[in-house]
Design a protein around this ligand. Structure first.
Ligand SMILES: [Zn+2]
Length: 437
């Protein structure tokens, strides 16, 4: 689709998209979009064209296709054979695996994500976290997908809602925040005013586990998102955690006390009247974790908080079979189903985010901008980075997708990722092996 206009003219690094439909908030609008591969940003179209008379290097004719921000996955444990929690003898191997994963992942349309570590022994955090912090500083599109900081899911969670988290590594925090520091490593939770940024962007914990509620305000103060998950919390305990500073629910419905008509549990907090009392929440719409109707109920309860996540494991993109995991556990992968060996416990998903997006679009009455918002603008707002990620507004990062939208004639609705742009550079195009990455 991209075509050079004139090879002789000095290059500006500017690309203009035209003839497409742009996702802006809850609308699809027919507008041009101008981006720069020099700054990696979306440009102020009016200024570029009318004031500076900049001529783009390339004009991309979208031919009616959709242009939207790159997808953000806030719960992603690994894929393509790489697992953030598996620490090899040699950390150079880990670093290499991570870089390879980022180059693969970007091609699926996920341009940024939170590398997620389910409950582990402290040494795993100490080893892995220094590699998993925000990676976008160099703004190099050839690096592929970008970490927005780690998501530590556990180990301060309920032993009765552990899912596939190994019970032996679970912890309580009788001393509150200092126990979090000891577990993740004090260097990974730098104190406020140190000028250092934590490599952690989100912590999932169970508010009823001793010491967790007391630690939530300190976690929030550091700018780390506090999420409620893997928990027996009652409606009252969940409400108190939100009051203390928790702003998210990890994979709503899975690994938590279900709704009861006399105790609505965590789901009940979505029924609160005030927006600030209602947290964001992750939903795994892989077709296995939740019934389609359950997904629709959550969407209708509070669309502004609805975030699609994959909870993907390293088996995404690998053949069926038995796989070793951390802490001596093994998994069985059969199609999209992933279980802990010898049990029927669901062990994360083998789905990609675009598959979850398509399931949600098929099952719900959500419009295309709403469906895309659940993997772009909403997770970006949850993370407090809505001006740079998950947006097509000027000064936002030019992480973009070109999507083809169609209905398959059997009731299915499909979005297909045709192009991926990272920091203003085309890094993947459907049907071509490697463009830039
Ligand atoms: Zn989980």
């Amino acid at each position: 689709m991209p075509m050079a206009i004139s090879p002789e003219r000095p290059r500006t690094g500017v690309t203009r998209f035209t003839g497409g439909r742009l996702v802006r908030g809850n609308e699809l609008v027919e507008e041009d979009l101008w981006i720069s591969s020099v700054t990696g940003k979306i440009l102020h179209s009016q200024q570029v064209f009318y004031e500076h008379h900049i001529v783009p290097d390339e004009v991309v004719d979208l031919k009616g296709k959709i242009l939207c921000p790159g997808f953000v996955d806030v719960q992603f444990n690994g894929a393509f054979g790489f697992d953030f929690s598996t620490i090899p003898d040699d950390m150079a191997t880990y670093h290499k695996g991570l870089k390879r994963l980022n180059r693969h992942l970007v091609r699926t349309g996920v341009t940024s994500y939170l590398p997620t570590l389910p409950s582990q022994k402290p040494e795993v955090y100490h080893n892995a976290l220094p590699y998993l912090g925000p990676s976008g500083a160099a703004r190099n599109p050839l690096e592929g997908s970008e970490s927005l900081g780690a998501h530590c899911e556990g180990p301060f969670i309920s032993p009765s809602k552990n899912g596939i988290h190994s019970p032996e590594v679970l912890q309580t925090a009788p001393n509150g925040f200092p126990d979090f520091e000891a577990c993740y490593g004090p260097e990974n939770l730098p104190y406020l005013g140190s000028g250092l940024r934590s490599p952690i962007s989100m912590i999932t914990a169970a508010p009823e586990v001793p010491g967790v509620s007391a630690a939530i305000p300190q976690i929030a103060q550091l700018g780390i998102r506090s999420s409620i998950g893997h928990t027996e919390a009652t409606f009252e305990e969940a409400s108190a955690a939100i009051h203390a500073g928790a702003t998210m629910i990890t994979h709503l419905f899975n690994a938590m006390r279900p709704l009861h008509h006399r105790n609505p549990g965590i789901f009940g907090v979505l029924g609160k009247a005030e927006g600030k009392d209602r947290p964001y929440f992750g939903i795994i719409s892989d077709g296995i974790h939740l019934h389609p109707t359950t997904v629709k109920i959550a969407w209708n309860a509070y669309p502004e908080g609805f975030i699609l996540v994959t909870d993907a494991m390293k088996t995404v993109g690998l053949p069926d079979g038995v796989y070793d995991w951390t802490n001596g556990d093994r998994w069985v992968k059969k199609g999209p189903l992933l279980t802990r060996e010898g049990t029927d416990k669901i062990a994360g998903s083998s789905a990609t985010l675009i598959e979850c997006v398509n399931n949600f679009w098929t099952w719900s009455n959500a419009t295309i901008p709403q469906v895309i918002g659940a993997v772009t603008g909403t997770p970006a707002r949850m993370l407090g980075i809505e001006k740079v990620k998950g947006t097509l507004s000027p000064d936002g990062d030019a992480d973009l997708l070109v999507l083809d939208a169609h209905e398959d004639g059997e009731g299915g609705k499909r979005l297909k990722v045709e192009q991926v742009w990272k920091f203003g550079t085309l890094v993947h195009e459907e049907g071509r092996d490697a463009v830039g990455v």
